[in-house]
Ligand binder design. Structure first.
Ligand SMILES: Cc1ncc(COP(=O)(O)O)c(C=O)c1O
Length: 375
């Protein structure tokens, strides 16, 4: 069946006992054994709970993966993978472009655990090849499109080079979502999502996920870390995540259509430059056309010119876009990333990140137009 069908019906979930077409939320942390003291199903919710398990099955189906694990946040998913896969002395390649807090955490983790870390712009395949150490590099971490500057990595080519060197590839595909890119089909080993964003889709649940191509030893190690250390997703959050995923395709197809049109209209405004994978001016537009389907995502960034003060001035004049961090919800958000990331960041000071939601395109454009016109 097509992914839209699987998502809309949450895998045709019909409750066995009542026939309910909305999956029940199992709040129990523990499950009674049967008369012969055997397990009827799950034993304990740090190990397995039917509500997050349904979220995992649905996400695995949408990504075409062999299995999925959900976590209490995107960062908890990243941390579990690092804890499971890397030991002192290992070499890892991290993303030079990408979510700032994740890259900062990665640097701290690797320093503390004596893991050798090289931050590489993986959109540059030659740079990736130079950084790979055959037989030594354990993991290549890619973020594509990379937040908040939206560089794309050619996932098939990067995976081929990483695999030839004996490394595993994990891609943070939060901004792409399985609607635009099924990363496992492009050769990566594991997909990571901040499910807080598009998968949840309503800015009301914090969640993370990993999806694997094969049920191998690396995957078993990650599952063991989650089981042992407990960064699991609670049943209520898992329910909200399932509910969000049921409308994923409708939401993302609509918001990415609006994003493309906004990117085109914003690019006509004087003194404004736009970063969006769907524009021919984007440096990896050709890769985007090959690697993304049903649109180019709902995230874009603009540069206002004039530095941080000018960009913050624009932020203060916005009336429709909400001035908040995060992304992927039904309401459009704008953020001055430089304020958050500070002077050490590679993010340009005049950049405003835009997460396009489900409002009318004209309202979103007009708000930005008036805010930019007063620069
Ligand atoms: C691309 C990306 N990866 C990972 C994360 C971290 O996810 P979470 O906030 O769910 O821990 C974020 C959060 O903003 C993100 O944008």
């Amino acid at each position: 069946m097509k992914p839209e069908t699987l998502a809309a019906q949450a895998l045709h979930a019909i409750d066995d006992t009542t026939g309910a077409i909305v999956p029940p939320v199992h709040f129990a942390t523990t499950f009674a054994r049967d008369a012969s003291y055997g397990l009827r199903g799950p034993m304990y919710s740090r190990d397995e709970n039917p509500t997050p398990v349904l979220a995992e099955k649905l996400l695995a189906a949408l990504e075409g993966g062999a299995g999925a694990l959900v976590f209490s946040s995107g960062m908890a998913a990243v941390a579990a993978a690092f804890r499971a896969l890397l030991s002192p002395g290992a070499h890892v390649i991290g993303p030079a472009c990408g979510y700032f807090a994740l890259r900062a955490w990665m640097a701290r983790f690797c320093a503390q655990w004596q893991v050798q870390l090289d931050m590489v712009d993986t959109s540059d395949l030659d740079a990736l090849s130079r950084a790979l150490r055959p037989g030594v590099t354990r993991l290549v971490w890619i973020e594509s499109p990379a937040n908040p500057t939206w560089e794309l990595t050619d996932l098939a080519a990067a995976s081929e080079r990483a695999h030839a060197a004996g490394a595993l590839v994990i891609v943070d595909a939060t901004a792409a979502t399985p609607v635009h890119t099924r990363a496992l089909d492009h050769g990566v080993d594991i997909v990571m999502h901040s499910a807080t964003k598009y998968l949840g889709g309503h800015s009301d649940v914090l969640a993370g996920a990993l999806v694997t191509r094969t049920l191998d030893d690396a995957w078993a190690d990650i599952a063991r870390v989650r089981h042992d250390e407990g960064p699991v997703l609670g049943p209520m959050e898992a329910y909200l995540l399932i509910r969000g995923m049921r409308t994923l395709f409708a939401r993302v197809e609509r918001s990415s259509k609006t994003a493309l049109s906004l990117a085109e209209r914003l690019a006509t405004l004087p003194g404004v430059s736009v970063r969006y994978p769907g524009l021919p001016s984007h440096p990896q537009h050709a890769i985007a056309r090959r690697q993304m389907e049903r649109g180019f995502g709902s995230m874009l960034s603009i540069q206002t010119g004039g530095g941080a003060e000018t960009a913050i001035g624009v932020m203060k004049r916005l009336r429709v876009w909400m001035p908040a961090t995060s992304l992927g919800g039904v309401e459009s958000l704008a953020e001055h990333r430089f304020t958050l990331e500070g002077p050490v960041t590679p993010t340009p000071p005049d950049l405003i990140r835009l997460s396009v939601g489900l409002e009318h395109e004209d309202d979103l454009f007009e708000d930005l137009r008036q805010a930019l016109a007063a620069r």
